[in-house]
Design a protein around this ligand. Structure first.
Ligand code: SF4
Ligand code: SF4
Length: 125
């Protein structure tokens, strides 16, 4: 495996602010189990159908990105269900580097401010 060129612990969690965090059937079952809820209870509380997807994460307000996954701790800037997180989150960002982190590192170095948070980055597809 290539060495990771990003550090999520130094990042404000940009990827958790994506409007679509898909939750597949197995992910929903795992998250329900994590909270000791039935699948039906979890469906209502944590997920919704949106953007053409059967099930995505509900979101909440975030001071930096506007909205963010409801399971994101907006003070500590980290996932609160790391062990139970969906497969989408497990595989992201994929190939050893993260575009947002590259951009953030560049900005932080340029501004000589390790705490700088960029909210304007957009991934071009
Ligand atoms: S945007 Fe990149 S560096 Fe930041 S939390 Fe997500 S994967 Fe980690
Ligand atoms: S489940 Fe965790 S890793 Fe996935 S988007 Fe939500 S806060 Fe981020």
């Amino acid at each position: 495996m290539p060495r990771k060129k990003y550090d999520c612990l130094k990042c404000p969690g940009y990827c958790c602010s994506y409007p679509v965090i898909e939750v597949k059937d197995r992910d929903a079952a795992r998250i329900a189990r994590h909270f000791g809820l039935s699948l039906k209870q979890a469906e209502k509380k944590y997920f919704k159908s949106a953007h053409g997807y059967k099930r995505v994460m509900r979101r909440k307000k975030d001071e930096h990105f506007g909205k963010i996954c409801q399971f994101f701790d907006t003070e500590a800037r980290r996932c609160t269900i790391y062990e139970a997180r969906p497969s989408t989150c497990r595989i992201y960002p994929g190939e050893g580097h993260c575009g947002y982190y590259d951009f953030l590192s560049f900005e932080r170095a340029g501004q000589e401010d390790e705490t700088y948070i960029s909210t304007t980055y957009h991934i071009e597809n």
